[in-house]
Design a binder for this molecule. Structure first.
Ligand code: SAH
Length: 368
């Protein structure tokens, strides 16, 4: 057995070189990494798995990201926006079924009408669910006043993946214009944190042009940003996107899967008390992908509660799972999957990230 891996795993914090070595591990070495992550997970966040009902409420998007199936230029997508009542109904389903929280996700829109509409929905959902229900938004980059307004209205968490923390790679996977600015995306994350949201970010693993050194920097970026939540999945090509042309340069899907699992394990060890999601994209490569993520590092599961008829139009990547299912079907499947992964479904719990609670305690101590 490789003694250097064993030595590295004696610590709970890793240098960039350590991370690269851990990402480079062979199967038997990776088992040691997974074992250590499981131990950290068990002692820091236990076996509870928090549920977030995922409502993909619109695929309208002003952006043109080269990897994403719902990018503006993809004319083959039937665009939709759920009615307010459909969104409220989905939120009510999650609340009634004791999910503890929801995620409202969409393409990126910035119009006044959109901002006001989301604001009204947050207020209605907050009224319906009371204080102890988590409302996460994942609606892209907005200006500070919009983020503040939504926070005041009752949203308490925000997910905004940086996608890659490397500026050059970011430029290679996005159009070169002010709508796709790397700096603005980073600034958004800082703004969200200052406002008081629990903040989540993440990257795609296995992007064309991405190296292990980039991924190690991604992990260090998240650590430095002191994030509360993390959503990381493998990059999966979509036929109707520009990056599809580079598919011959990609590593095989199963290697992307294994690498993502290693990234999650390293993050769990280095950022011990954050919430880590078992991303849907893992399941599109391996039927048991999300279970494997829970076994190793993840403690958040996002059952899809988007009304079934819309799902086929929220195709971020090819072979996205759970498209033919209904919210009720996804529910029974969720419980079975979490049990299979030896997790305990935390029904009725909003599931704030422990890291966030620790962060707030520290802040209050300083203020006193
Ligand atoms: N508009 C929101 C939500 C975007 S969709 C925002 O900007 O944050 C949610 C996530 O899907 C993205 O952040 C991206 O990481 C992921 N995604 C998009 N295309 C993908 C692909 N081809 N493979 C894997 N993940 C993808």
């Amino acid at each position: 057995m490789n003694t250097s891996i064993k030595n590295i795993l004696q610590n709970n914090d890793f240098s960039k070189d350590d991370i690269i070595e851990l990402l480079y591990t062979n199967q038997s070495e990776a088992k040691l990494l997974y074992q250590k992550a499981k131990e950290v997970k068990s002692c820091q966040v236990g076996d509870k798995v928090f549920l977030r009902g995922l409502i993909e409420f619109s695929n309208l998007c002003v952006k043109d990201c080269f990897y994403c199936g719902i990018r503006k230029s993809n004319k083959n997508v039937e665009r939709y926006f759920l009615s307010d009542d459909e969104i409220i109904q989905a939120a009510k389903f999650a609340f009634d079924e004791n999910y503890g929280s929801i995620v409202l996700q969409s393409g990126e829109l910035k119009s006044k009408e959109f901002i006001t509409r989301i604001d009204g929905l947050i207020q209605r959902i907050r009224k319906l669910t009371g204080e102890n229900f988590g409302i996460t938004l994942s609606c892209g980059e907005q200006n500070e006043s919009t983020y503040s307004r939504w926070f005041e209205s009752g949203a308490n968490r925000y997910l905004l993946r940086i996608e890659t923390s490397n500026k050059e790679l970011y430029k290679q996977i996005h159009p070169n214009n002010s709508l796709h600015s790397f700096q603005k995306r980073i600034k958004s994350l800082r703004v969200l944190k200052n406002i008081g949201y629990q903040v989540g970010t993440g990257v795609m693993v296995g992007l064309p042009g991405q190296t292990l050194s980039h991924i190690a920097d991604d992990i260090l970026f998240m650590k430095a940003l002191d994030i509360d939540m993390c959503g990381i999945g493998p990059y999966i090509e979509h036929k109707e996107t520009p990056l599809f042309e580079q598919r011959s340069t990609l590593m095989p899907l199963n290697a992307r899967f294994e690498l993502t699992l290693k990234v999650l394990a390293i993050i769990r060890i280095m950022m011990k008390d954050i919430n880590i999601a078992a991303s849907t994209a893992l399941q599109s490569i391996d039927k048991l992908g999300r279970e494997k993520a829970i076994q190793v590092a993840a403690n958040v599961f996002m059952p899809n509660i988007t009304p079934q008829s819309y799902r086929k139009n929220y195709n971020l990547y090819d072979n996205k799972p759970c498209i033919a299912e209904s919210p009720v079907e996804c529910q029974s499947c969720t419980v079975a999957r979490i049990n299979l992964a030896n997790g305990k479904v935390a029904f009725g719990e909003a599931g704030d990230a422990k890291h966030y609670l620790h962060r707030m305690n520290r802040r209050n101590e300083i203020l006193i």
